[in-house]
Design a protein around this ligand. Sequence first.
Ligand SMILES: Nc1ncnc2c1ncn2[C@@H]1O[C@H](COP(=O)(O)OP(=O)(O)OP(=O)(O)O)[C@@H](O)[C@H]1O
Length: 231
Amino acid sequence: MAEPSIALEDVEVRVKDCCILDDVSLTSGTCEWTLLVGPSGCGKSTILRTINGLCPPSKGRVLNLGTWLPGRNRHEARKAWRSTGTVLQEVALFETRTVLTNVELGCRAAGLPADKARSEALTWLDRLGLVDRAADYPASLSGGQRQRVALARAFAPRPRLLLLDEPTSALDQVTAQVVLDGISELVENGTCVVMSSHRPEEVGMRCTRCVVLDGGRVVQVTSGVPDLAVP
Ligand SMILES: Nc1ncnc2c1ncn2[C@@H]1O[C@H](COP(=O)(O)OP(=O)(O)OP(=O)(O)O)[C@@H](O)[C@H]1O
């Protein structure tokens, strides 16, 4: 069997005396979409931050695109970051750069040449309904528009790994489905997606598996979204 794109093995994350993740194990591979669900504070964001190295585990280990954390060197970390698109809850944009440049910079950081970066940036801004705002600066955008710029920046390089923390939280239902269509296309073309959501029903059977968390522990793993009310 091929090595998964990401894996958590018996991961514990502690902050001071507080155990935030407790014995968490999960894997996700190429062309797979893993959805993290559960009540607020159950540890979804911490899992995403642990996968991309922002939150080191106190026990266990984490596989990220071929290298294990802790222990990877700077070169390996840089290589993984270039192949990873990350959109966390706090959307961080380059405020002194235009919308188009924000997305182009994501492509350039991933190694795309300038002309390809421009065309992919325009393609994804168009798909996410923002091409008419390409020359504007982030400060002039709404919260949902800023979220879509961050998503376009993450999607445009077609990364091997996509880490998304509630990527449709600021979007209406129609726009959310456009974003989910984009994620589906990336997954079909090989991307491994790990995504948290408070609205799992909008993802439905698009995802490969759903990991239900409670109190920092995995309580259920299902194919597709289980029929349960997640707060
Ligand atoms: N830096 C930190 N210091 C102390 N506690 C933290 C820290 N980061 C997260 N926590 C705690 O860890 C727990 C899990 O937080 P996390 O953000 O992962 O939850 P979540 O499931 O993503 O929540 P939400 O759905 O509200 O975004 C929470 O109880 C939170 O207060």
